[in-house]
Design a protein around this ligand. Structure first.
Ligand code: HEM
Ligand SMILES: [Cu+2]
Length: 490
């Protein structure tokens, strides 16, 4: 019997292998993959080091610049250098994946890339391209400026480079969730993935379109032409399309599972999903709230409506449904099977996990509903509202809901961490099997081979990027005076 109390290197490689499907004996790729361990540890070291370096000024009150770190708010240089190292670490992950992919490709010529692997490589390819904006902002602007080598900075150029990365970063969070929704959730629901080629198509669209829309965060910024803002608004509606494809594909897959379990009717089948499985429940609940986040996102993205909601609590409501639920609650659901597999022990309490997932759903429903409403009533974001002299009477009835929803979320988060901790130290039930990817009703071979090629899509991505950002960026760079001094407000 293997010692399941720690994860052996070959088990790790085996998990890694799962991404690329099993070879006959399940271990055929091991030799090629083990070479990459050093790279993996280097990546881990770089990212952890970067995190610690950024955390020191953060905890020491020397980086009160929030997650967008808009200049002229200025942080200690260690904050910027630390974050840059974290991003550099993600590039090493891309390298790792590409090397792994090439090893696999050499051994499987002509075969379609397994779906989970295909999606993972696309996610990191998209991110590596998108993160160039942040890298440029850090290396050419914020780091030299925070070190005192550059006397001033320019908020507009910095914001433009930030949002070049800042929008796709939301997809960098979301796409791993989609990988789970597409490749594992259908089987967890007892069904099959509706269409593998459609899933690939949607990911290719994410690669092409994710980085073209950053200016939908800058509708109110002066100094960028309205035509460019409108272009990015339209492109945002275009990148909504692969999310619609995902919605259709994943719901059809869930339906296939529920019907196989005896579900009937137009909508009543939904009740037949295996709601006793906390991993699936968390992810399905995350999907439900995400639908509202996506619809709200379209309001944000509409140039004129954005002027009503921008910088209000509405946006905070929006991102708590998207990153705060679609992504966070799904990641919680994923760890409900993944941590037990890694640890080699069963989940400490599946029932507690179910309660936790529902609490997140209810708490976030209240919290984000109230924030959306408050935003429409004009309550600003990024403001200590309780201390504001301009509190409006119509906000008062809704504000307690934010507090109640937030408290439920806090309890839910505590229950989550408690369950994870006890799974690691106190669980005595046997570990679950590593889940296998779902089969597809319509398999990869039914799609065109073009979907499994990289070069044409990467070239098209670069061309679209130049079209969407080339002119405004060149204009900004050649007109930027870099003369704004830094400031610290807290
Ligand atoms: C599904 C389609 C989506 C659309 C059309 C959309 C659109 C937008 C737009 C236009 C804004 C800017 C609002 C403003 O500042 O005035 C925004 C903000 C934001 N979105 Fe989304 N979004 C979508 C999905 C997502 C997802 C999936 C995530 C995260 C996983 C996300 C996270 C955020 C965050 C964090 C902000 C606030 C950024 C800030 O601090 O200003 N959004 N969204
Ligand atoms: Cu965005």
């Amino acid at each position: 019997m293997t010692d399941r109390t720690r994860l052996h290197e070959d088990e790790l490689a085996f998990l890694h292998l799962d991404l690329f499907g099993h070879s006959d004996d399940g271990r055929g790729l091991l030799d090629g993959l083990l070479d990459l361990y050093e790279l993996a540890w280097m990546t881990y070291g770089l990212m952890t080091g970067g995190l610690v370096l950024a955390a020191i000024p953060l905890l020491g009150n020397a980086a009160t610049v929030m997650f967008t770190f808009y200049p002229p708010l200025q942080a200690h240089w260690a904050f910027y250098v630390g974050l840059t190292l974290v991003v550099a670490g993600t590039w090493l992950v891309t390298l790792h994946l590409v090397l792994t992919y090439r090893t696999w490709r050499a051994q499987h010529p002509g075969e379609r890339t397994p779906l989970a692997a295909f999606m993972t490589v696309i996610t990191f390819a998209m991110w590596s391209i998108a993160s160039l904006g942040l890298a440029a902002e850090m290396l050419l602007m914020l780091i030299p400026w925070s070190l005192g080598w550059q006397r001033g900075t320019d908020p507009l150029l910095a914001r433009t480079l930030f949002w070049f990365t800042g929008h796709p970063i939301v997809y960098f969070w979301l796409l791993p969730t989609y990988v789970s929704w597409y490749t594992l959730v259908p089987r967890q629901a007892g069904g099959k993935l509706f269409s593998d080629p459609m899933a690939r198509g949607s990911f290719i669209l994410f690669l092409l379109l994710s980085t073209l829309v950053g200016m939908h965060h800058q509708f109110t910024d002066p100094g960028i032409g309205q035509g460019w803002k409108l272009t990015h608004a339209f492109l945002t509606f275009a990148v909504f399309f692969p999310s619609l494809l995902t919605f259709f594909n994943v719901v059809a897959s869930l339906e296939s599972g529920a019907r196989a379990r005896g579900g009937r009717g137009l909508l009543a089948w939904f009740a037949k999903l295996p709601w006793s499985d906390p991993s699936l429940t968390a992810q399905v609940l995350a999907m439900l709230l995400f639908a509202f986040g996506g619809i709200g996102g379209l309001v944000n993205a509409s140039y004129s409506l954005n002027l009503v909601v921008h910088n209000t609590a509405y946006i905070v409501g929006h991102f708590h449904l998207t990153v705060g639920t679609a992504v966070t609650l799904s990641f919680m659901g994923i760890t409900y099977w993944f941590v037990p597999v890694l640890r080699g022990r069963g989940l400490w309490s599946p029932r507690l996990a179910l309660v936790q997932s529902w609490l997140w759903f209810v708490g976030m429903g209240l919290f984000s509903f109230a924030l959306h409403d408050l935003g429409i009533l004009g309550m600003p974001r990024r403001t200590m509202i309780s201390a504001a002299p301009y509190i409006q009477p119509e906000w008062q009835a809704l504000r307690p809901l934010v507090g109640i929803g937030g408290s439920i979320l806090f309890v839910s988060a505590l229950l989550y961490f408690l369950n994870m901790l006890l799974t690691c130290v106190a669980s005595h039930t046997p570990a679950p099997e590593t889940p296998a990817c779902a089969e597809a009703l319509s398999g990869p071979e039914e799609g065109p081979a073009m979907l499994d090629r990289w070069r044409p899509w990467l070239i098209l991505t670069a061309v679209l990027l130049i079209l969407a950002y080339g002119h405004p960026l060149v204009h900004l760079v050649s007109n930027t005076p870099l003369n704004v001094p830094g400031m610290r407000v807290w």
